[in-house]
Write a protein that binds this ligand. Structure first.
Ligand code: FE2
Length: 379
């Protein structure tokens, strides 16, 4: 069952990634949701996203509505179908609210499509040009695990607000931002024995490198076990950890996800902040619910992770977790699921040099998740 353990020199391995698919960053993340209007209100109110763009009946789109929210470099698209026959309904019936598109910003969406499909990616849609008065965008897309897709977005000839077909969304309701900066990483949950298949996909099809790995001995509690490998593109900006369940005494949290999502999908979106104490305090005041580790977590914390710049008291008060690797430390915290199904959640992360993902916190965290699973009767 053992797979490779943590690879210390992240830079070297990322440098080993192939460069046939240069990625400039995460372009947007699109969620299919049951009620985009209300979801948009939630993400504005709770997480401090700002209104950016809109497409729907008023812009000539007859079958769906999309709200685009922005906070610093993060763009979130929330889409809901308007008609009974719409294919998005199938996605919603099966998965509930969840991530459909992980859009990657590229210089050349035709080349991205050609490079990936020629290496075995399955097409979601061929390169297509979308135009309006502000210019043109080229998009193409490939299929991923479950019903999730990567969309390649080439926007160098576009100067509009978001994408062709969207109009700027001016709202009278503009709650302040919460200091969320960019997508640090996005994690996939895949099925039993599927992790290495998707590791291989990211290596061969996308030119990513496997930079870290954990097995079930690293990450397990009495009940909840998983294995994980982290895939990174060459410039290190795009990181996709991939989890699969491992055998435990009772149901792994990954299995619980797979049951409620009815298959593979995005487990969490990790978002970076420059001041996690301020951000988390703000988010809690806005009603965001976080997983809580027992206060014993903080006993001997500094012995475990060494000196940190932050005061321990606010970390303990807010339940913020700390972990260290060879290059520094990180602070992180995980929300409870964002919808009624125990599926997608958000991680807030602040990196102080560390390039890893908080392995040292997994046990404490999983025990917190198990207490939630116990309450849901799904352990
Ligand atoms: Fe994470």
């Amino acid at each position: 069952m053992a797979i490779e353990s943590a690879t210390p020199d992240l830079k070297k391995v990322v440098a080993g990634a192939a460069d046939f698919l240069p990625l400039l960053g995460t372009d947007y993340v699109e969620l299919y949701v049951g009620n985009a209007k209300q979801a948009a209100h939630f993400y504005k109110t709770a997480f401090g996203f700002q209104s950016l763009a809109y497409a729907g009946l008023e812009t000539g789109v007859k079958d769906r509505t999309s709200y685009v929210l922005v906070q610093d470099k993060i763009r979130l698209v929330l889409t809901t179908p308007l008609t009974q026959e719409h294919a998005i309904n199938d996605h919603l019936r099966k998965h509930g609210d969840g991530v459909k598109e992980i859009a990657l910003w590229v210089d050349d969406a035709r080349k991205a499509y050609q490079e990936t499909t020629s290496r075995g990616a399955i097409s979601h849609f061929e390169p297509r040009v979308e135009k309006d008065a502000d210019g043109e965008v080229v998009k193409s897309a490939i299929k991923l695990y479950g019903d999730t897709v990567h969309v390649f977005v080439e926007r160098k000839n576009y100067k509009g607000t978001f994408l062709p077909g969207y109009k700027p969304w001016k709202s009278a309701y503009n709650p302040p931002t919460a200091g969320l900066k960019y997508v640090d990483h996005m994690v996939a949950n895949v099925g039993w024995n599927q992790m290495n298949k998707w590791v291989e996909f990211y290596e061969k099809v996308m030119g990513f490198a496997n930079v870290l790995g954990f097995d079930d001995k690293d990450i397990s509690t009495e009940y909840s076990a998983l294995m994980s490998k982290v895939m990174s593109n060459g410039n290190g900006r795009i990181k996709f950890p991939i989890n699969e369940p491992a055998e435990g005494k009772k149901k792994s949290q990954i299995e619980e996800y797979l049951d409620f999502y009815n298959g593979e999908g995005v487990q969490h979106i990790a978002i970076a902040t420059d001041d996690i104490v301020k951000t988390v305090r703000d988010l809690i005041a806005r009603g965001v619910e976080f997983l809580k580790v027992p206060s014993t977590y903080y006993d001997g914390l500094l012995d475990r992770v060494g000196p940190i710049e932050e005061d321990l008291d606010p970390l303990r008060e807010l339940g913020i977790l700390v972990d260290r690797d060879d290059e520094g430390y990180l602070l992180q915290l995980f929300t409870k699921p964002l919808q009624d199904r125990p599926t997608l959640f958000i991680e807030i992360i602040q990196r102080k040099g560390a390039k890893s993902f908080g392995k040292g916190n997994f046990k404490a965290l999983f025990e917190a998740i198990e207490r939630e699973q116990e309450a849901r009767g799904t352990l």
